[in-house]
Ligand binder design. Structure first.
Ligand SMILES: Cc1cc2nc3c(=O)[nH]c(=O)nc-3n(C[C@H](O)[C@H](O)[C@H](O)COP(=O)(O)O)c2cc1C
Length: 387
């Protein structure tokens, strides 16, 4: 784990808010909980801080392999970075694991620094499935149950409060959750969730994130709304459910909910004003976004496209929580592209983004951005200082 704080100091930025309290707060504000998805390579500290700045409530780390994390200090330092001197987003560390011992041990190591731990049961990549990680776990419901049960008892033995609603006000409250895909035969998903939850009055997981695609559905196909509707109807009364998939803008979600009523009226021409034929999903608690947040970290603040200001916020965060240059440039490229909403206005043209990609140093990147923004501002207040 990387942090700039001395051992023994009392660090005011360590997590003290139970994630379920954040779910409650969103609900009492009459809105969905907003989450940044786990994204290998991308959902690192500077990016998490950027989306947090724009109202994202809970931020997932990229999937971290529990086995490596347990055995290797370098893996711990590079895979989990938290901020001890600035805004510390409410962070959920996601692990890839297929072993109760490995998951519970990794969770024990990470628990002081994060609000909760999550198990990836959705990664469809062949290398992961070959090692019974990610989506392969959707065929191993008892194993998943054993992993979350052992993790919960290990955290409890370490002194963390893992009693869910009972500990919602505890400063030492920690959550255990899972992120899943669905099966082609939805009855298998029902069995999976029922097994993993266990006793609904003392469930094994704090909440569930559902990515309503099967292991083999490409991300270009729309999410399975019928599956989402059925699963939230059945399990929503038992625990909070987040949906992951196709959260592109708040104005163009493919379903409706009373938790969208409190949103400001969107001014976009693209916003749907015709009577809705979309399914009403009343028992959904939150929205998790991956690709669209990458392209527009200000999505949950109601921006339909990425504002320049969000690029500035990201650059400021990256100055304090560095990323490799190529990775940071990729982020900027995503933010300056046409994004995932219906409004395809981009901050930079394709040609300008290609030029940005050619930058070989931070000085080149900042100079280039200053230059193009100056041109776009008509030579006005183009110069901006990042730091
Ligand atoms: C670049 C990238 C990396 C991802 N890495 C992870 C990961 O580490 N763990 C995980 O559970 N899902 C991962 N996913 C899946 C997303 O969390 C999410 O479930 C999926 O992209 C659907 O959401 P979207 O339509 O908002 O993109 C990743 C997706 C992308 C695009």
């Amino acid at each position: 784990m990387t942090t700039d704080h001395e051992d023994g100091d009392i660090n005011p930025f360590l997590p003290t808010v139970h994630p379920l309290k954040i779910f409650d707060a969103a609900k009492s504000q009459g809105r969905f909980l907003y989450a940044c998805a786990p994204m290998v390579r991308y959902s690192k500290l500077a990016f998490r801080q950027t989306v947090y700045h724009y109202g994202t409530d809970l931020c997932w780390t990229p999937m971290v392999l529990a086995k490596e994390f347990n055995r290797n200090q370098v893996a711990r330092d590079s895979d989990l970075t938290i901020s001890s001197s600035g805004p510390q987003p409410h962070t959920i560390v996601q692990f890839g694991s297929n072993s109760p011992t490995e998951l519970s041990h990794a969770s024990s190591l990470a628990a002081p620094w994060v609000s909760g731990v999550d198990l990836n049961c959705g990664c469809p990549q062949s290398w992961a499935c070959a090692e019974t990680l990610g989506a392969a776990l959707m065929e191993k419901r008892e194993l998943v149950r054993d992993m979350v049960v052992e993790t919960r008892s290990r955290l409890e033995a370490d002194g963390w409060d893992v009693g869910k609603e009972k500990h919602v006000d505890s400063l030492k409250g920690r959550s255990v959750s899972v992120k899943i895909r669905v099966h082609k035969d939805l009855r298998k998903t029902m069995d999976f969730i029922t097994t993993v939850i266990g006793n609904p009055h003392n469930r094994n997981v704090d909440w569930l994130t559902i990515h309503p695609r099967t292991r083999s559905t490409p991300s270009t196909s729309p999410i399975n709304l019928e599956a989402l509707s059925i699963l939230t109807e059945k399990f929503g009364p038992q625990l909070p459910i987040l949906v992951s998939g196709d959260v592109f803008t708040l104005a163009t979600l493919p379903y409706t909910s009373h938790l969208l009523d409190s949103l400001p009226i969107f001014t976009s021409k693209a916003a749907d004003t015709t009577p809705s034929t979309k399914p009403y999903i009343p028992k959904l608690a939150g929205l998790m976004s991956a690709r669209a947040l990458l392209a527009n970290p200000a999505l949950f603040a109601g921006h339909e496209t990425c504002p320049w200001e969000a690029v500035d916020v990201f650059l400021n965060k990256v100055a304090r929580a560095p990323l490799p240059l190529k990775l940071a440039v990729h982020h900027i490229n995503e933010m300056c592209g046409p994004g995932y909403g219906p409004d395809k206005r981009a901050l930079l043209s394709k040609k300008e983004r290609m030029k940005l990609n050619e930058c070989g140093s931070w000085i080149d990147v900042l100079d280039y951005l200053d230059e193009v923004r100056k041109e776009k501002d008509g030579g006005g207040n183009g110069m901006r200082r990042y730091a």
